[in-house]
Ligand binder design. Structure first.
Ligand code: NAD
Length: 264
């Protein structure tokens, strides 16, 4: 009698996994039963190691340090993921940074850093993962962090919004190119999520307006129809869906998850 081979567990590589949304995504995908690589900057290595040890269950979790702006480092990290788990099914290019500055204040260095992390970083992650997916015949998922600011830019968000519009553009092109390999590419577009990123935006706005720290973030609630700030798990659930088999026929999209601030 022929013995059926045990199906390989799916796996996901999550960047920015030490941050607010990235940690929630990594936890959720692991709970969904995927083996996960938790990737972030070397400066967060201890936090990532701790997170990896808290994720128990049948699925595995491993930590890895890589700067997403460094193409060779990302390729090596994705190759190590494939070595550990046999293939890569899901790439979540989540790492990102935000600056809060108007056109006349934004320095060349701020502009270049924003583009390097938010755009080149996603390009590096998509391309490294797609190369492995094509080589292994994996019908994979490329998932990138965009933003509601990728649909409608706001004041003091020029560099950030431009970078997130670019993520949507890249995702649309890649979705068309890789469809013949059964690979989909989509992004998620959160609104105002309470994470260290929004805490730094709040601090920048508070110092600019002379308002108390925390007040700028809470003031955003008035513009959110669902009436509360977003939490990282609100985003993680959407990424879980995009990574799931139920989302197999969705590609090239930006899924806005913002409590109703913007209708795409
Ligand atoms: P965060 O600042 O809490 O976490 C970001 C993580 O990315 C950090 O752990 C950081 O170390 C990591 N990172 C930064 N630069 C990196 C690099 N070069 N290489 C590898 N890792 C790097 O941010 P967050 O709020 O969790 O945001 C996650 C993503 O969601 C970002 O792309 C962000 O633009 C997007 N987003 C966030 C919000 C929000 O309201 N917080 C809204 C829309 C979109």
């Amino acid at each position: 009698m022929e013995v059926e081979a045990t199906p390989r567990r799916r796996s996901a590589f999550v960047t920015g996994a030490a941050g607010g949304i990235g940690t929630a995504i990594a936890r959720r995908l692991h709970a969904d039963g995927l083996d996960v690589t938790l990737c972030d900057l070397a400066s967060t290595a201890e936090r990532l190691d701790d997170l990896a040890t808290t994720l128990d269950g049948p699925a595995l979790a491993r930590a890895c340090s890589a700067d997403v702006t460094d193409r060779a480092a990302v390729e090596a990290a994705v190759a190590a993921h494939v070595e550990a788990f046999g293939a890569i099914d899901v790439m979540v290019a989540n790492a990102g940074i935000a600056i809060t500055a108007g056109l006349l204040e934004t320095t060349t260095q701020q502009w270049d850093r924003t583009m390097a992390v938010n755009v080149r970083g996603v390009f590096n992650c998509y391309s490294a993962a797609a190369r492995q997916m094509v080589e292994h015949g994996t019908p994979g998922r490329l998932i990138g962090a965009a933003s509601v600011a990728a649909h409608r830019a706001g004041k003091l968000q020029g560099a950030y919004s431009a970078s997130k519009f670019a993520v949507r553009g890249l995702t649309q092109a890649v979705a068309q190119e890789l469809a013949e390999h059964g690979i989909t590419a989509n992004c998620y577009s959160p609104g105002v999520v309470h994470t260290p990123m929004w805490e730094s935006i709040d601090a920048a706005l508070a110092s600019r307006h002379g308002t108390p720290v925390g007040s700028e973030m809470s003031a955003m609630v008035a513009s959110i129809p669902l009436g509360r700030l977003q939490v990282p798990d609100d985003v993680a659930g959407v990424v879980s869906f995009l990574a799931s088999r139920d989302a197999a026929y969705i590609t090239g999209q930006s899924l806005v998850v913002d409590g109703g601030m913007w209708f795409s």
